[in-house]
Design a protein around this ligand. Structure first.
Ligand code: SIN
Length: 282
């Protein structure tokens, strides 16, 4: 059966007519094709348990376990993205792409809503394919062929502080393992990648984990990154996804950024995230 695929504003697509608890081979082929085309796909009204979440993620690729997030007590493959009513800072409350600090950055993530606040707690997505395609000529000329350094130390390490939400979430135990971040080597990726699934060019730097452009003086590197971020944050490259009970999102970490809104203080939000292994980026 052909699934219904509805584009979701500027970024992503909603996929209707599939049960993620038992997707057939034809469903999975259509989901993979839409994922490659749109960068993020959304599903509604799903009733999947943790094992079905893991099984669905494995249809996309092998699972990579996040070293810094607290894991689900029974399923280490699942990272908890949690904010309790008495906590102020959320996880993912800044524009980023997961795991760009890895030599083989994660392909994508599958996020399942488990408990939602009555309002708020949406997630915004940005298309880095659209951002690259919309780059003014002068900026494009500066980034084609350039390479950038990515790091986890300033976010998850023991001296973290550049990324306030991560520092506060580590204080209350939602993020840990700072020692592992301290010894993680920085990695270098192209500033513009050729996407492994779609073959499209995409901007691959992000405000959370990219620390410098290789070969530039610190102030020049900062200025270029700031110019790229100012451009990439144009609302015409973004769309917000409003979660409901049963919502699931599968996003591509190589072609999108995301940002978890933190506008539901006093309420609980629990999401389950599985991250899928990637490959070196061309
Ligand atoms: C994340 O950044 O991985 C979590 C996004 C969210 O909680 O909406």
């Amino acid at each position: 059966m052909t699934l219904e695929i509805r584009p979701h504003g500027h970024v992503g697509a909603e996929i209707l007519g599939v049960d993620l608890a038992r997707p057939g081979a034809a469903d999975l082929a259509q989901i993979r094709a839409a994922f490659a085309q749109y960068g993020v796909v959304f599903f509604r009204d799903q009733a999947i348990d943790e094992q079905q979440h893991i099984a669905f993620a494995r249809t996309i690729g092998p699972i990579v376990i996040n070293r810094f997030f607290v894991a689900h007590p029974r399923y280490p493959e699942i990272a908890l993205v949690l904010k309790e009513p008495d906590q102020r800072d959320n996880i993912g409350g800044g524009w980023h792409t997961d795991h760009s600090y890895d030599a083989e950055p994660a392909l994508g993530s599958v996020l399942v809503a488990r408990e939602l606040p009555a309002s708020g707690g949406a997630t915004a997505f940005g298309s880095m394919v659209a951002a690259y395609e919309g780059l003014p000529d002068d900026l494009r000329a500066r980034v084609d062929g350039a390479r950038a350094v990515h790091s986890a130390r300033h976010v998850f390490g023991s001296k973290a502080g550049a990324y306030e939400a991560a520092r506060d979430t580590s204080r209350d135990g939602r993020i840990g393992n700072a020692g592992a971040a301290d010894v993680l080597d920085d990695v270098v990726h192209p500033v513009v990648i050729t996407h492994p699934l779609s073959g499209k060019r995409a901007l691959y730097v992000n405000p959370a984990f990219t620390t410098a452009i290789v070969g530039l003086e610190a102030d020049e590197s900062r200025a270029l990154l700031d110019a790229l971020y100012a451009h990439a944050l144009n609302p015409r490259f973004q769309e917000v996804f409003h979660w409901q009970p049963g919502s699931v999102a599968l996003w591509d970490n190589r072609s999108t950024w995301h940002y978890a809104h933190n506008d539901y203080h006093g309420h609980r939000r629990e999401m389950h995230r599985i991250t899928i292994e990637g490959e070196p980026l061309p």
